[in-house]
Design a protein around this ligand. Structure first.
Ligand code: ADP
Ligand code: MG
Length: 449
């Protein structure tokens, strides 16, 4: 893993182009990178208020930036100066170091964590698991090629690499390749360029003289006709030689747009298996397994709470768990529901990223029976002021929009007016059941959309 400073410098250069320079100077520059621990980057904000602002405004951006950096931690946590642990007592740290991530571009680097024994089997993925296991036991025989599809974060890469990891143990001399479709495309293009279009023999040797070829995310072949042609020939060569192929995609072969019919029909006549989103029980079992691997004892009540709140994506759920473990260490107390809630708060910010201000105002108007033009306009009677303030509060709460931009949206109001409205509703939520119910109901309405 890269050093703390390098990760932070790389993040800053990504963030800088996306953030208003004022916001960058006021909120981001004062942050200090504290450490990387258990795959979490910890940033320290100067005050509790700054921490809240940074989380509300920039957390999704920070996460996106981390994903763009190779070999970086996968989560980020922001704490305030007051929350900084006084003693830097690293000796207690019993958690094992996170396994190295497979680096983009490098050839058969498999993540050792992606193995069959770490994979929790439920109704949602049983078929994929069983066929993958059969492939690892008898490569090139019954299920060749194997085509695994399913939504993002549901374990396609894990199960695919598990085949490779398993075969590497049972057949140490086996020649295998695991590549992302992007890598395949880039290498193919480079091979044509270096060979002046006459001969790309070394590329062909590499992909055809092997026993197992795994290509991930083949949906990215879409609109790449010359690479598709190359895949087709690779496919035929390996198939004729009885070698095993495994493909993963976020959709089934029939649904990949702009794909050569020969390639599509090869994919479609593979053993095609899908992975569905896991049910609650499977999600809890996955969390149990992950916390055991991290040597953390977390009550099933807390694990259930997390599993109930992160429903569709296992990668996101792991991210929340990583954060929970981190916070429990930071606060030096056992994982409880409050810690889970705190970790989930950040997750919701990200989840709400696609909501628009228009949707929020529409729902608020509908709830209060108010006119949108009034709520966005200048009138100051009570019938429009309350919905206006609630809408401002919700936009600030659910989106990552700077206060000034919210003011702009509400007919060019000052950012201090926005702040005032937000704080007023926040205070009322604590004391006034009517406002609290309104805010919760409107939020539910927005999230249901
Ligand atoms: P995909 O390739 O489908 O986007 P990944 O294979 O990268 O998803 O999985 C995302 C994360 O979720 C990985 O860390 C993986 O280990 C974990 N994961 C997915 N499915 C399972 C499972 N059934 N059991 C344990 N961990 C899983
Ligand atoms: Mg994947």
């Amino acid at each position: 893993m890269k050093s703390l400073d390098i990760v932070w410098q790389e993040m800053l250069s990504i963030i800088e182009v996306e953030v208003h320079s004022l916001g960058f100077d006021v909120w981001i520059k004062p942050l200090r990178p504290l450490k990387v621990e258990d795959d979490v980057l910890v940033l320290c904000a100067p005050t509790a208020g700054a921490k809240t602002e940074v989380i509300a405004k920039y957390l999704p951006l920070f996460k996106r930036a981390l994903r763009e950096i190779d070999d970086a931690p996968s989560e980020v946590v922001i704490i305030s100066e007051e929350e900084r642990p006084q003693k830097t007592d690293e000796t207690e740290d019993t958690a094992p170091a996170p396994p190295p991530k497979p680096r983009a571009g490098s050839q058969c680097v498999l993540n050792p964590r992606y193995n069959f024994s770490e994979f929790v089997v439920g109704k949602c993925n049983r078929m994929a698991y069983e066929t993958a296991l059969a492939v690892a036991e008898n490569p090139g025989e019954q299920f060749n090629p194997l085509f695994i599809y399913g939504d993002v974060g549901l374990g396609k890469t894990h199960i695919m690499q598990a085949i490779g990891n398993d075969l590497r143990m049972t057949h140490p001399n086996i020649k295998m390749l695991y590549v992302s479709t992007d890598t395949f495309i880039n290498e193919f293009i480079a091979s044509i360029r270096t060979a002046n279009g006459i001969n790309n023999q070394s590329f062909r040797d590499k992909y055809r003289n092997i026993d197992l070829l795994m290509i991930d995310d083949v949906q990215f072949l879409s609109k790449k006709p010359s690479t598709q042609e190359e895949i087709f020939h690779t496919f035929e060569a390996l198939k004729n030689a009885g070698k095993q192929m495994v493909f993963a995609s976020d959709r089934k072969p029939q649904d990949i747009p702009d794909l050569d019919n020969r390639v599509r029909s090869r994919f479609a006549s593979s053993m095609v298996v899908d992975i569905q989103p896991p049910d609650l029980e499977t999600r809890i079992a996955i969390l149990q397994k992950k916390s055991q691997s991290a040597k953390k004892n977390i009550d099933v009540r807390e694990l259930t709470y997390i599993a109930e709140h992160v429903t569709s994506n296992i990668r996101e759920m792991e991210g929340v768990l990583t954060k929970v473990i981190f916070l429990s260490k930071l606060y030096e107390r056992k994982v409880d529901l409050a810690i889970c809630q705190e970790a989930l708060k950040d997750y919701r910010v990200q989840e709400c990223d696609e909501i628009t201000a228009d949707e929020i105002v529409d729902c608020t108007c509908k709830y209060y029976g108010a006119q949108k033009t009034d709520v966005l306009g200048k009138r100051k009677n009570k019938e429009v002021v309350v919905p206006r303030q609630v809408a401002i509060y919700l936009i600030n709460d659910m989106m990552t929009l700077p206060l000034a931009a919210i003011g702009e949206y509400f007919g060019g109001r000052e950012h201090t007016t926005v702040m005032h409205a937000r704080d007023k509703i926040a205070a009322q939520i604590a004391t006034d059941a009517k406002i609290r119910t309104a805010v919760n109901d409107i939020k539910a309405m927005i999230l249901r959309k």
